[in-house]
Design a binder for this molecule. Structure first.
Ligand code: ADE
Length: 226
């Protein structure tokens, strides 16, 4: 999968993709992430990419010209399946959107800053608008990092144990069941005996029941969704 990200502070995104699972994914050639500094397409030698908003009001707006030039140049080269704008007023990101995006071949993410981007870019170029939650970040970069991480780990071959993403929380609208590791007993607290039984059918039933219980207790809204 090819992911391109346009940002005015691409440095913010260097670290999240340079470690752990995301690093392994790019080393294995399964995920290529390219960061683009929007100032490359600035309208003047001062790196101008934003301007005052028409009608007055505090805060700058990212201008059409640099972003449209950037989007068109990159889209001509890479022909994106989706051009996604990260914004607090987009559809709220969840596991089902992550699953859907993980099947795409190439995605362009646009990180907004200040008051956002000129509406005409949204009207004419953006195929999808996504928010990572009901709060306002100072820019779309951290949202892009969250989404790319969630998508990247779903690409077959990225995780060592390929099946493990299938059992993540939210995959069946259920939270994941509790997990335990050695020792079997720590300060008198014992691991549930069923997990030590070797009976795989019983273990699966127990995990499913625990997942349902946990979801009922912590996120009953997930059970109403079906
Ligand atoms: N940009 C600013 N806030 C955001 C949010 N909550 N989700 C996605 N992009 C954003």
């Amino acid at each position: 999968m090819n992911i391109h990200i346009i940002s005015v502070v691409p440095e913010l995104l260097e670290s999240p993709f340079s470690h752990s699972i995301m690093k392994r994914a790019s080393e294995k050639g399964l995920l290529h992430i390219t960061l683009h500094n929007l100032r490359k397409w600035a309208v003047n030698e001062h790196g101008m990419v934003d301007d005052y908003q028409f009608g007055g009001g505090a805060g700058m707006v990212m201008m059409c010209e640099p972003l449209v030039n950037a989007i068109e140049e990159l889209n001509n080269k890479h022909s994106f399946d989706e051009i996604i704008y990260l914004t607090p007023d987009g559809e709220k990101f969840n596991q089902s959107i992550a699953n859907n995006l993980s099947l795409k071949k190439s995605i362009l993410f646009i990180c907004g800053h200040y008051k956002g981007i000129d509406q005409r870019i949204r009207d004419h170029f953006i195929t999808r608008e996504i928010s990572i939650g009901d709060y306002v970040l100072s820019g779309g970069e951290l949202a892009a990092a969250v989404i790319v991480d969630a998508i990247g780990r779903l690409i077959p071959g990225v995780l060592n144990d390929e099946t493990s993403a299938l059992f993540d929380s939210f995959q069946d609208n259920l939270l994941a069941p509790p997990v335990y590791t050695r020792p079997e007993e720590f300060r008198t607290w014992k691991v549930p005996s069923v997990l030590l039984s070797g009976d795989h059918k019983k273990i699966e039933e127990w995990r499913y029941d625990q997942a349902v219980e946990r979801t009922k207790e912590k996120r009953p809204d997930l059970l109403d969704n079906d």
